[in-house]
Design a protein around this ligand. Structure first.
Ligand SMILES: O=P(O)(O)OC[C@H]1O[C@@H](O)[C@H](O)[C@@H](O)[C@@H]1O
Length: 274
């Protein structure tokens, strides 16, 4: 990643975000008072997806199809389409269009945009997917957000009780969430179907975070735990303790997008007052 591929956003109050054209990815969201809110690994491998911030998974989630894991959007060079700062809110729009390179992997015409809105206590990401081709096509997608945590063992995620989930740690067995909140004490890799519009992440010692989503039907919760983390070359061995992925995702039911139509999915992260 070259410095020229990095985009800085800053509001007059000093809230900051850093975006990368490589992957069309938010790498950092730092609140002026409460500091960094996203985890990003210091171990980066040129040409590989960046582990951290908010990778965009498109047009395939995980290995649920013939493409490389999580699709090619996170390993493509996006364009900066627009940047502004008005009324205390900083915005940027990144775009990725189908090209000969993407058609060689996936034979469809598309236009992706990622709108990033940095407000005083929140970060909003809106992914737009447009079919610019002549045939309908299916896709799955996610905003694969890595939330930064002082200690994952002390965090709890609220709002999932009663939901059905696919558990990738148990061969994608389907189960029902029985707990009022989810605590992480090892590997977790779940697709919660038909997720609610709001989840709450409590993090002792840090501000709680509301995670809102719309458009996306599902929420993925992922933490590699100690053993998987040790096997990931781009994650320091103990950093699984300082991250939790809470992903606004469209996984269980692919979207079939008709020519000339557009799909929108949004995730908003908001720090809340104690
Ligand atoms: O290592 P990657 O390709 O970035 O994927 C990380 C994880 O991403 C999550 O979304 C998946 O549910 C996990 O199964 C996967 O391991």
């Amino acid at each position: 990643m070259q410095a020229a591929d990095l985009i800085a956003l800053e509001t007059p109050e000093g809230h900051r975000a850093q975006l990368s054209l490589w992957g069309g990815q938010v790498l950092s969201w730092a609140h002026a008072v409460h500091g960094e809110q996203l985890y990003c690994s210091p171990l980066r491998q040129p040409g590989q997806a960046t582990r951290g911030g908010v990778p965009v998974c498109f047009p395939q989630f995980a290995s649920r199809g013939p493409l490389a894991k999580h699709g090619f959007a996170r390993t493509s060079m996006w364009q900066l389409e627009h940047r502004s700062c008005e009324g205390g809110v900083a915005r940027a729009r990144l775009g990725l269009l189908s090209s000969d390179e993407t058609r060689a992997l996936w034979p469809h015409g598309f236009a992706l945009t990622l709108d990033v809105t940095l407000s005083p206590a929140s970060l909003t990401l809106t992914l737009s997917v447009e079919n610019t081709g002549r045939e309908p096509w299916p896709f799955t997608a996610a905003l694969h957000t890595y939330v930064q945590l002082a200690d994952v063992a002390r965090a709890s995620l609220h709002g999932l009780e009663g939901l059905t989930y696919e558990d990738a740690c148990r061969g994608n067995d389907v189960a029902t969430e029985r707990h009022a909140h989810l605590s992480i004490d090892g590997e977790v890799d779940r697709v919660y179907r038909d997720a609610p519009a709001r989840l709450l992440l409590q993090r002792p010692g840090q501000r709680s975070l509301e995670v809102h989503q719309s458009g996306f039907a599902d929420t993925v919760v992922w933490n590699p735990g100690p053993a998987k983390a040790a096997a990931l070359a781009d994650l320091p061995d103990t950093d699984w303790q300082h991250m939790l992925c809470i992903e606004a995702a469209q996984v269980a039911h692919p979207v079939i997008l008709a020519p000339g139509t557009q799909w929108l999915g949004q995730q908003r992260l908001a720090l809340i007052e104690p």
